[in-house]
Design a protein around this ligand. Structure first.
Ligand code: HSE
Length: 443
């Protein structure tokens, strides 16, 4: 059979990995796909730089639009990154009847609904395994492997940079700033690390996974996003003393209307989270990613692997290329839908605001060490209907009269905790703001 013709747009780290994996494993990939997959053209903004990567034989063009609309091309692989140009190119490829493979999570989180609708109308596929958790086949698992299940929740470590920083803070007692500097020195964190450390990259990936898991449109703009930049070495140490580890988790959970009088909806949130140290997820270290998915039939399932990097991400991109190669002659109505559910069967279940989230909490406060302080705090929590599970109080450091009080609450509504924190912070004995970190059991 004639080789399928692919255009590669973008020749950065993942583009290089893709060319290497396709070439090294060509024979096996062809036997799986049923035909040869050939990168026939390359589009790159910096042609000279791209030329060094692709060698002398492949045509390299700076006119990216000409490459994606070339009539000879059947699949466009978008690895250019960014959102504005990528969106324009992907929509042009779709309009020209090309299938698209992309690893661009920001593009899909922000514009996925429009892109999938355009692809559906045109009868082409947009495949995006590489967009979430690098080499872990989590999209395939959610879209196909778990299709029998009503997904109850997803919890994932889906940003390697922040996981590296948290692991390094725990291992060495380093501050956030020095762990970030180390991540930058090792090339994990960008010069501007905002997307990674403030949870935005994780929220992009979580929005994509929750759309597939719950059959809802992509709703990145409704995700609650809190990063790790405010975490202190003290919090990490206190969490350890209480038997927990702190991880930046993306959590999405289906809420039924009966719980706490809450309306039904979907929780969609990224934030630092205390999880019991004995959980597998608590032991995912360094830049590795892991996603825990709880289905009603299968129970908890865990997916672990490299969440970034040239060949791990290329592994996901090649899997998409093979899928598209196998399925492009299939009747579009009988392909796996982009978001797993048929496009006219997506649900309008709302995303719940963070105030309506129910979870447990770690609360830390620096107080003047004098009689009645603990009683005042516990009374405020009791008034708010919040039950305390554990309390840790430290001796004041020598020569001071200030001490840290750390509490773990049982499960409660976020809005109750908001109200209690306001009251605690107004106590005369409160010497700091309350640090609040959410706690999940993940059982
Ligand atoms: N910057 C991401 C991370 C990798 O640190 O996990 C690409 O999604």
């Amino acid at each position: 059979m004639k080789p399928i013709q692919v255009a590669l747009i973008g020749t950065g780290t993942v583009g290089g990995g893709l060319l290497r994996v396709l070439s090294r494993n060509r024979e096996e990939i062809t036997r799986r796909a049923g035909r040869d997959i050939v990168v026939a053209r390359v589009g790159a903004r910096d042609v000279a730089k791209a030329r060094k990567l692709v060698g002398p034989d492949l045509p390299v063009d700076a006119d990216l639009m000409a490459v994606v609309t070339d009539p000879a091309i059947e699949i466009v692989v978008e690895l250019i990154g960014g959102v504005v140009d990528a969106k324009r190119l992907v929509l042009a490829a779709i309009a020209a009847g090309k299938h698209v493979v992309t690893a661009n999570k920001a593009l899909l989180a922000l514009h996925g609904n429009e892109i999938f609708a355009a692809a559906q109308d045109r009868g082409v596929m947009v495949a995006f395994e590489g967009a979430v958790a690098g080499g872990i086949p989590i999209i395939k698992a959610l879209r196909e492997g778990l299709t029998a299940n009503r997904v109850e929740w997803i919890a994932g470590i889906i940003n390697g940079t922040s996981n590296f920083i948290l692991s390094s803070m725990r291992d060495t007692g380093a501050s956030f700033a020095s762990a970030l500097a180390e991540a930058q020195r090792l090339g994990y964190a960008e010069a501007d690390p905002t997307f990674d450390i403030e949870g935005i990259d994780a929220a992009h990936k979580l929005s994509i996974m929750s759309a597939i898991a719950f059959g809802i449109p992509m709703q990145f703009e409704r995700a609650y996003t809190e990063g790790i930049s405010q975490l202190t070495a003290d919090d990490i140490r206190y969490a350890e003393e209480l038997g927990y580890r702190i991880k930046l988790l993306g959590i999405s959970r289906r809420v039924e209307s009966s719980e706490d009088g809450r309306a039904s909806g979907i929780e969609l949130r990224v934030h630092p989270t205390l999880i019991p140290a004995k959980r597998l997820l608590a032991n995912v270290e360094g830049v590795m990613n892991a996603v825990l998915v709880k289905g009603d039939a299968v129970g908890p399932t865990l997916y672990y692997g490299a969440g970034a990097g040239a060949e791990p991400t290329a592994s996901a991109v090649v899997a998409d290329l093979v899928d598209v190669t196998r399925l492009h002659t299939a009747d579009p109505e009988h392909r796996v839908p982009h978001l797993a559910f048929q496009p006219d069967s997506l649900s309008n279940t709302p995303i719940l605001p963070i105030a309506e989230v129910r979870t447990a909490y770690y609360l830390r406060l620096r107080v003047a060490d004098k009689p009645g302080v603990l009683a005042d705090i516990t009374r405020i929590l009791a008034d708010a209907g919040i039950s305390i599970g554990a309390v840790l109080q430290k001796e004041p450091a020598e020569g001071t009269h200030a001490t840290d009080i750390i509490m773990l609450t049982h499960g409660t509504l976020e809005k109750r905790v908001d109200a209690a924190i306001d009251r605690i912070e107004s106590l005369a004995s409160a010497l700091s703001k309350v640090t609040r970190i959410r706690v999940e059991d993940l059982a």
